[in-house]
Design a protein around this ligand. Structure first.
Ligand code: URA
Length: 261
């Protein structure tokens, strides 16, 4: 059992390498620093809070006709209700992905669901349609849910990133960090009984680890007190159908958990 600590100190059991951890801290506007005292252990990184990351949005606000109080960076995302949160996301310009997206992709499904599925980022089709998991990976995800008696009406689905990364490239750490308050607030509002992290990007971000996905599955973690499992991303299963057997074991674990809780 391991858990994510949302504080900036290295969480117990955190297996992020130092470069990635420093990237995370910097993207959050937090500067890592090291003690000057020679006698101190220089291998331990401390952190202090620097200026918060505030989007430079003043010009575009006029174009987008956003209420000034709702500008990204001017509002505390952790206090947003659903309509405000969704609006914040739709106007977000915190990272460069806003320049290339067609639209933001916020969520689909039931906002009171017991099970919350978290994928990586919208693909091309999701970028066009505005809903998560509507392409081929989405069809497989639907089938996976149906196999354990669930569908889009009774699960909640979102992604770590709310914008499509061009050419389906992997999300950058800075983009993940910019989007994280939105995801955290979605989790807080849904309060699912169980989170299922689909694929490496979601698992690594939520668990602050870089361990191989295969070694993360079939274990129960907690994310801010909410039980969390890890399984393969449906897009990966489309490329490697042989892994569907393991994915099925993970889904059975999810079903068992939901039956018992
Ligand atoms: N892959 C994801 O991770 N999310 C989507 O919404 C679609 C494909």
């Amino acid at each position: 059992m391991s858990s994510r600590d949302s504080s900036i100190a290295k969480p117990q059991g955190c297996t992020l390498d130092e470069t990635t951890r420093v990237e995370y801290l910097q993207a959050m506007g937090i500067q890592p620093w090291y003690s000057r005292h020679e006698s101190d252990d220089l291998t331990e990184t401390h952190a202090q809070v620097a200026e918060p990351v505030v989007a430079e949005v003043s010009e575009s606000a006029e174009v987008l006709k956003i209420e000034p109080d709702l500008l990204p960076g001017k509002i505390d995302i952790s206090t947003c209700d659903w309509p405000t949160l969704e609006q914040q996301v739709s106007h977000c310009q915190l990272c460069e992905l806003h320049q290339t997206r067609t639209q933001t992709v916020f969520d689909v499904g039931n906002r009171n669901a017991d099970l919350m599925l978290i994928g990586e980022a919208p693909g091309e089709e999701e970028d066009i349609k505005g809903d998560p998991f509507v392409g081929s990976a989405g069809h497989l995800l639907d089938a996976m849910m149906q196999a354990i008696g669930l569908d889009r009406q009774n699960v909640y689905i979102t992604n770590v990133l709310k914008c499509h990364p061009p050419a389906n490239r992997k999300p950058h750490t800075s983009e993940i960090v910019c989007c994280d308050p939105y995801l955290q607030q979605q989790i807080k509002l849904v309060q699912p009984k169980l989170i299922l992290a689909l694929g490496r990007v979601a698992a690594h971000h939520l668990l602050l680890t870089q361990d191989k996905l295969g070694s993360l599955r079939q274990k129960q973690y907690t994310y801010n007190g909410i039980p969390l499992y890890v399984s393969y991303h449906p897009a990966y299963l489309l490329r490697k159908p042989i892994e569907k057997r393991k994915s099925w074991q993970d889904l059975l674990e999810v079903r068992r958990f939901l039956n018992n809780n």
